[in-house]
Design a protein around this ligand. Structure first.
Ligand SMILES: Nc1ncnc2c1ncn2[C@@H]1O[C@H](COP(=O)(O)OP(=O)(O)OP(=O)(O)O)[C@@H](O)[C@H]1O
Ligand SMILES: [Mg+2]
Length: 377
């Protein structure tokens, strides 16, 4: 027990010191509902003190993967282990029950007991485990203090704001000192402004307490802000995994490129290929880009460029297209403009010289990623 933690109201030492062996490993996990395959061979690792974001579109299998790790779903194949203990192994017939897995769970709905105080909500699980009252007092106080809830211990959930309820749900998950915390869309009940603040706050908490967490989100900005590693799911398969920087700046597939940012799309045909570059041509435009995948002259291909990499040029030049301004939108910290060029619609931040008419947009070749095919993803 951490003695420094007995004095309420002080800044407490991390209560989640994970052991080096507490690595979560998921291997080739398959799961189906009826005949419908949902997870199609997912493998991943969560190292101690690391936060992995499970990112993906609605229905891609994020919650199913999280629930499988928690023991709330039974996969048909694969393995799940934490440190030396095997939680699930289909081949060996191992399926450890939820309560034995000892993981911290935070659900989207928070699921707080409405007639129990904040203190009792957090203490409840410990009471079920026959932990002595003095230790419960100390551990709950520590968890509440860590989450800035010390003053609210005697309130009922309906006397709290949404953000405070969310903190109680997290405190309840942390009070067991679990090796891994599983969070399913922990911020989705909050409005946009609060969500942004909570994101920074949750990241700070995770770093301060050295928590290992698997966090589900469908919001790429949230995933990048909170995690050390992102795992992007696409219909039950991992499309790509990596650090937020890798996922954002070096996508291996068009799907990842599309998912990780706001982009311009340029469907066209390959007119020339040279040294890892491709010249992409469409109606009234020709642009060089970086080839991402096998491309040959005559192939259909799609150019993807981040909005912030698309620039308004002062005049004609290489890597430029001439486009007509359709409208501008004031976004507070910047202005976003919509241009048209034949069937193409291009968006770009910045001020348009003269404020109207035709304009040159620069799409630097190193920032224009050319992927095979014209599929709209
Ligand atoms: N109990 C169930 N029975 C049958 N199909 C299910 C069940 N639960 C989920 N599914 C299906 O499994 C797929 C994956 O669902 P899951 O809840 O894992 O998606 P998700 O990525 O968490 O999506 P969201 O972002 O909308 O929460 C979906 O097609 C869903 O309809
Ligand atoms: Mg879900």
């Amino acid at each position: 027990m951490n003695k420094s933690a007995t004095k309420p109201g002080t800044t407490l030492a991390p209560n989640l010191a994970t052991k080096p062996t507490d690595r979560l490993v998921v291997e080739d996990l398959h799961l189906q509902y009826g005949d419908n395959p949902i997870l199609k061979g997912v493998s991943m690792t969560l190292n101690p003190g690391e936060v992995v974001a499970l990112l993906g579109a609605s229905g891609s299998g994020k919650t199913t993967l999280l629930r499988s790790v928690a023991g709330l779903e039974q996969p048909s194949r694969g393995k799940i282990a934490i440190g030396g203990s095997m939680l699930f192994d289909s081949a060996a017939g191992i399926d450890m029950p939820v309560e034995k897995r000892n993981l911290g769970l935070v659900f989207q709905s928070y699921a707080l007991w409405p007639h129990r105080t904040v203190f009792e909500n957090v203490a409840y699980g410990l009471r079920l485990r026959d932990i002595p009252a003095s230790e419960i007092e100390q551990r709950v106080t520590q968890a509440l203090t860590n989450l800035g809830l010390g003053e609210l211990a005697q309130r009922l959930p309906h006397q709290l704001s949404g953000g405070q309820q969310q903190r109680v749900a997290i405190a309840r998950a942390l009070v067991y000192n679990p090796p891994v915390v599983l969070m399913d869309e922990p911020l989705s009940n909050l409005d946009a402004k609060l969500r942004e603040e909570a994101r920074a706050w949750l990241r700070e908490l995770i770093v301060r307490l050295h928590i290992s967490a698997l966090v589900v989100t469908h919001d790429q900005t949230e995933a990048m802000a909170m995690s050390d590693k992102i795992l992007l799911l696409n219909f039950g398969k991992i499309e790509q995994q990596g650090t937020p920087e890798e996922m954002y700046n070096r996508p291996q597939t068009q799907f990842t490129a599309e998912f990780m940012g706001s982009n311009n799309h340029l469907p066209g045909k390959v007119a020339q290929v040279a040294e890892g570059r491709a010249l992409l041509a469409g109606d009234g435009w020709r642009l060089w880009g970086a080839a991402h995948g096998p491309l040959a002259v005559g192939d259909a291909a799609t150019g993807i460029i981040r909005l912030e990499r698309t620039r308004i040029a002062s005049g004609a030049g290489a890597d430029c297209v001439k486009a007509e301004l359709v409208t501008g939108m004031f976004l507070g910290d910047r202005k976003e403009n919509l241009f048209k060029l034949g069937d193409l619609r291009l968006r770009c931040y910045g001020s348009v010289p003269g404020g109207s008419g035709e304009c040159f947009l620069e799409l630097p070749p190193e920032d224009l990623w050319v992927f095979p095919g014209n599929a709209a993803l």
